[in-house]
Design a protein around this ligand. Structure first.
Ligand code: GDP
Ligand code: MG
Length: 752
């Protein structure tokens, strides 16, 4: 754009900023200067004049005519403008290029006939003072510019020029007609009409207006027929493109009062008119009442786009390019729609950026937050942004507007979508955490109360709470009309995650249950197996089994231990299964749980056995067993040794009897078949749904876990051969000690 320089009336350039805006534009704005540059300050001028925001509610008039025919004087009187006029004394050209000024007379006197709003008047440099070639060039350019923008062309001429084939006049009209054909007819289906408003100055009054009109019309016909017309339009008439109006004005210097009065009367014509009025006017001579601004004259350039449009048009004209108005309108529409887009995005940013920042911070800190109030702000921001854009931009080229609106929507929807999804994922994350915490807390409370709590019910209740909370958060950020505005998929992902978490929680609950049941098994086995081993000490059988005949009850100790073991675990399995079923554990999960329980229980039993068979414990039991047999008679009465007693015989029998326990206890096996118990079958196959996590804390079992390299026999070996011999030797020493003591007491009894 050109540097905003304003040429003042007296020919000096003043740069912007030197004067206040008011002074600066006192004479209007020089849109095109004398070196044919466009003034980049036009948008500023239109804003200052408050025309820019008028939408379509503004009008454009251009005045044409020979130099010094009083054009500027007329405009100043009509519109209160202050275009430079030639002083009476020095005669030189004043209007250079094209000036524009806003109408300064809002109302004509009497205030009954209001002038139209926002009338922009363009004062175009007159022509006859210049060299011929140069004249025609600027004449053509300014005519193109005026026709591309103006609804009304005022053609100013003296009465004495009417009917004279004044070259300048004819030339100008010919240019206007040809330029019009070029601009609006070629390839442009809906050609806007324009009003040619002939103002005949210095009317003496002797020739009536109707005669002047006829003369001018005849001239126009001649000019029209002499115009080059594009193919197919040879038969077209002037009236197809132009409306004509005529008015006379008295001599300003000779009849100053009359001049002022009639100009004031003429001013009332510059108001909105109706089509019917035009038809009427064409039939009647009396045109005085008709408003000149018909809607069909309007070029439909929104006021806020006028500057950019005019600049584009002028650029094309100056560079002698084919002036294609539809293209100019599209370019303007694109430019303005982009500008409007940027403008409406400012408010959008103001509302949305704080949320975007908050969300980004949360994500960066690894702690995404559900943002309160987000939905309402998103809805109102989207609605306002689109609405504001629509208000301003819908005046422009429909195609461009539609495209730019879609662009804007996709831009804001893109950003809103990120916020939406951020919110959903924050709600997802916190929802899953809260769910997991709530279930754990409820379980803890249940455990504290000691009462059996219903795990399935807890999960069910907390899942419902979590789902409804998520649904509420998500619904809160829906934005009607936005293409991304649904969360079905996210909801189902959320549901899936909740299910996964509840699966995990259920497995944890299973573990807790398993631990409880194992503890129970441990305490039961500790008691019952302990009793079996304690019974060894009596030398007369264990666990209340009555002694019957020769049968040595110790012999069946392993049968009883296996029986009590399997019975205990069976009870435990039932407890486990019942409870696990109550919280919807799958049968696969239950199978794994039972399998683990059996293995762990075996471990418990094996540990208990090892504890009982620790050297000290075992020796104690053997000694008790032996002493019981040695020191008590068959009736269970303690023996008082006498020297006559067969101490040695009793000693040997008792010792041999106790010694048989050592091989018996060394191996866990059936007393009937001498086979190890069917531990492998009893534990059963590894369930197919076992996971590595399920096996992590299990100790290997010989004969069951094949890759252990340990046989079932070995698993059932309680005492190694070496240990057996060692125990045997040590037991014998203990027995010997008891024997010696008995012997001494027998002798001592005699000496006493
Ligand atoms: P422009 O070049 O067409 O803009 O003409 P100006 O408005 O600058 O006026 C040129 C000269 O004509 C000035 O000296 C005016 O005083 C004078 N003038 C203005 N109006 C009239 C009019 O109605 N009749 C006559 N005879 N002179 C006029
Ligand atoms: Mg002038």
């Amino acid at each position: 754009p050109t540097a905003p320089s304003i040429m003042t009336v007296n020919g000096h350039f003043a740069s912007v900023g030197e004067k206040s805006s008011k002074e600066q534009y006192e004479h209007g704005i020089q849109v095109i200067n004398d070196v044919q540059e466009f003034n980049g300050a036009l948008p500023k001028y239109l804003s200052l004049e408050k025309v820019a925001s008028a939408g379509f509610n503004y009008h454009l008039i251009s005045v044409f005519g020979s130099q010094s025919t009083g054009k500027s004087t007329l405009l100043n009187h009509l519109f209160g403008t202050e275009f430079g006029v030639m002083s009476e004394s020095e005669r030189r050209q004043t209007t250079k290029g094209i000036w524009m000024s806003n109408n300064k007379k809002a109302k004509v006197e009497g205030a009954t006939k209001q002038m139209a709003d926002n009338i922009l008047v363009m004062d175009v440099e007159g022509t006859d003072g210049r060299e011929r070639g140069e004249d025609q060039d600027f004449e053509r350019k300014s005519a193109l510019f005026a026709l591309a923008t103006s609804e009304v062309l005022i053609l100013n001429m003296w009465e004495q020029q009417v009917g004279l084939y004044n070259a300048a006049n004819l030339g100008l009209l010919k240019v206007v007609f040809e330029v019009n054909l070029e601009l609006f007819i070629k390839g442009n289906k809906q050609n806007p009409r324009s009003l040619l408003f002939f103002v005949i100055r210095d009317h003496l009054g002797t020739t009536p207006l109707s005669n002047l009109r006829n003369t001018i019309m005849q001239d126009l016909s001649k000019i029209w027929s002499g115009c080059n017309k594009p193919a197919g339009l040879e038969k077209s008439k002037i009236e197809d493109y132009f409306d004509m109006a005529f008015v006379t004005l008295p001599h300003k210097i000779l009849q100053p009062e009359k001049f002022v009065a009639e100009v004031a009367q003429l001013g009332t014509r510059f108001r909105e008119g109706h089509k019917d009025a035009r038809r009427e006017a064409l039939r009647n001579d009396d045109e005085l009442e008709r408003g000149v601004f018909l809607p069909e004259y309007h070029r439909r350039i929104p006021a806020d786009g006028f500057s950019i449009y005019a600049e584009g048009v002028w650029d094309q004209i100056v560079n002698n390019k084919d002036l294609d108005l539809p293209t100019q309108q599209e370019l303007m529409a694109q430019f303005r729609c982009d500008e409007i887009s940027r403008e409406v995005l400012v408010a959008f940013d103001e509302a949305i950026v704080p949320f975007e920042n908050k969300q980004a911070d949360g994500i960066r800190m690894g702690n995404p937050q559900v943002l309160g109030g987000l939905g309402a702000v998103m809805r109102s921001a989207r609605m306002k942004t689109v609405k504001n854009f629509e208000t301003e931009a819908s005046r422009y080229h429909k195609g461009v507007y539609g495209r730019k609106r879609a662009e804007l929507e996709s831009k804001i929807d893109g950003r809103l979508k990120i916020l939406f999804q951020g919110q959903l994922s924050a709600a997802h994350k916190s929802g899953v955490n809260e769910f997991s915490e709530a279930v754990s807390a409820a379980v803890k409370t249940g455990q504290k109360k000691g009462a059996s709590y219903d795990f399935a019910e807890i999960v069910d209740r907390e899942k419902k709470t979590a789902l409804s909370k998520y649904d509420k958060e998500a619904r809160g950020v829906l934005v009607e009309g936005a293409p991304w505005s649904n969360y079905k998929q996210e909801m189902s992902l959320y549901q899936k995650d909740l299910n996964e978490v509840s699966g995990r929680l259920r497995r944890e609950e299973m573990r807790r249950l398993a631990t409880r049941v194992e503890r129970w098994v441990r305490s039961r086995l500790g008691e019952s197996v302990g009793l079996e081993f304690n019974a060894l000490g009596s030398g007369r059988g264990g666990s209340g089994a009555p002694e019957s005949g020769d049968r040595q009850p110790e012999k069946e100790i392993w049968d009883r231990i296996w029986a009590v073991f399997t019975k205990t675990v069976q009870d435990a399995e039932r407890r486990f299964t019942d409870r696990a079923r109550s919280f919807d554990a799958s049968s696969a999960e239950v199978d794994v749980g039972l399998w683990r329980l059996r293995r762990k229980s075996w471990g418990v039993l094996r540990a208990k056995v090892d504890e009982e068979m620790m050297e000290g414990n075992l020796l104690l039991k053997l000694r008790e067993n032996f002493e019981d047999k040695f020191r008590y008679d068959e009736a269970g009465v303690p023996r008082i040794w006498r020297p006559t007693d067969d101490i040695e015989g009793i000693y040997s029998r008792a010792r041999e009897s106790t010694l048989t326990l050592i091989p018996l206890l060394s191996k866990f096996q059936s007393s009937h078949t001498s086979d190890p118990p069917p531990l492998d079958d009893w534990i059963g196959n590894v369930p197919s749904s076992v996971t590595p996590a399920d096996e992590e804390d299990l100790s290997p079992i010989g004969g069951v876990d094949e890759d252990e390299g340990k046989s079932l026999e070995e698993e059932m070996t309680v005492l190694s051969d070496a240990k057996r011999q060692d125990i045997t030797v040590r037991f014998k020493k203990t027995a010997d000690g008891v024997y010696v003591e008995a012997k001494r007491s027998a002798i001592g009894g005699i000496t006493q």
